[in-house]
Design a protein around this ligand. Structure first.
Ligand SMILES: *Cc1c(COP(=O)(O)O)cnc(C)c1O
Length: 404
């Protein structure tokens, strides 16, 4: 590593709050599915900023759209209308089939909005303030207090107790465990259509349908977190669209702005008309012209570049190649996932493999300690998958025995 890059890393450890154990690299620029560090070393990127940069780095049409918006206006206020936000909401409605949009600045903030929506919806029905939300074990919904309260990982929550109240945890794909927590006070059932951080667990069709039927029967809001699995990653624009149902509320973020910080929570007309009203919720930046210009261009480019077809094709190829890896190495217990959201489950920590891959110019990430997660750009091609698999196999072989 150059002295210059080392200097930045040393400085980072003096000025940034140490909330991440970072890899020893300073990325400087990107081109398509490749990243370059400050020293000019090239990396094949199978993380894409954790499922964010769906269209690849240095996408000219996307960059041009942002530049021209910057020259017009970057921010006004939600007290006034702005055209990019209206256009972005129309496009998001069209691709999601939901009816009403609220733009946020992050995923966690979209989850906060969904939680408030559920509570207000239930409050308007009976005037009481003791409603309950059912969330899932192993879920991840973000780091702010509301989002953390519905995150099913006690390790993330413990030091920050007390959480917001009346949250119960069930198990994804275990409908009986959900039923065991349903009471007259249940106002929402919240889960990721494909659990991301928790280890790449897709919801089963049966679970989705049963939750939908339960929610319909009892007027409970079905709320799906599509922050990681949405925006084309599974081959459908939103993962729930593969199941022939529609949620009452959904969240999106990560790839929504492809790098510009923006998220959203969306709802049906019925929920919109019976929940948050003027004065109930707001944000200074949320839905500003720059962020929404990014959303508009991202949705347009998804169509122009036929991104979903690419995910279908290359996702199936990635699945096949990872299945080969799984059958070749006994240390790999299982492959799980949908489209370009895949996980390889190992019989021990994958940190050594990720470190070795970085040395060889391949960026990978984990989901939990034992699972390698693959969430590349959605414009990735078969040849990139082949290059990745070749390096991955070397790394698995070379780290053999490291944790035994
Ligand atoms: C990343 C993520 C979040 C949190 O999004 P932030 O933008 O980091 O706040 C919430 N839910 C899911 C499923 C995520 O993957």
């Amino acid at each position: 590593m150059s002295a210059e890059m080392q200097k930045y890393i040393d400085e980072a450890e003096r000025v940034l709050l140490h909330t991440y154990n970072r890899y020893q690299v300073v990325f400087d620029r990107g081109e398509g599915v490749y990243l370059y560090d400050m020293d000019g070393k090239k990396y094949l990127d199978f993380v894409s900023g954790i499922a964010v940069f769906a269209l690849g780095y240095h996408n000219e049409a996307y960059n041009d759209a942002l530049k021209s918006q910057i020259d017009k206006i970057i921010h006004t206020s939600n007290y006034y209308y702005n055209a990019p936000a209206i256009e972005a909401a129309k496009k998001l409605k069209a691709v999601s089939g939901m009816d009403r949009v609220f733009f946020t600045n992050s995923g966690a903030e979209a989850v906060e909005g969904a939680v408030k929506t559920a509570r207000k919806y239930a409050y308007l029905k009976d005037g009481s303030t003791d409603h309950e939300i059912i969330a899932m074990n192993h879920s991840f919904h973000g780091r702010t207090m509301g989002a953390l309260s519905v995150t099913g990982n006690p390790h993330y929550r413990e030091a920050f107790e007390p959480m917001i109240g009346n949250i119960r945890f069930a198990d994804l794909n275990d409908f009986d465990s959900v039923m065991a927590h349903v009471t007259d006070k249940t106002c929402a059932i919240l889960f990721e259509t494909v659990q991301g951080e928790g280890g790449i667990y897709p919801a089963t069709e049966e679970f989705m349908r049963k939750v939908r039927a339960l929610c319909d029967e009892r007027d409970i809001l079905m709320m799906l977190d599509e922050i990681q699995c949405g925006m084309g990653r599974t081959g459908a624009m939103f993962a729930w669209q593969r199941y022939g149902i529609r949620p009452d509320v959904m969240t999106t973020a990560k790839a929504l702005g492809c790098g510009v910080p923006v998220g959203a929570f969306l709802m049906t007309e019925k929920v919109g008309a019976n929940s948050l009203v003027a004065g109930d919720h707001g944000t200074t930046y949320g839905g500003n012209p720059l962020a929404c210009a990014a959303v508009c261009e991202v949705i347009d480019l998804f169509e122009k570049q036929d991104v979903l077809a690419n995910v279908e094709r290359v996702g199936a190829y990635l699945e096949r190649r990872l299945d080969e890896v799984a059958s070749k190495f006994p240390r790999v217990l299982e492959r799980r996932g949908v489209g370009l959201m895949q996980g390889l489950v190992f019989d021990g920590p994958v940190g050594g493999i990720i470190g070795r891959a970085m040395e060889k110019g391949l960026v990978l990430i984990n989901a939990g300690t034992d699972i390698l997660r693959f969430v590349p750009s959605l414009v990735i091609e078969e040849r990139h998958v082949d290059d990745m698999v070749e390096i991955l196999c070397e790394c698995i072989s070379e780290t053999e025995g490291e944790w035994q």
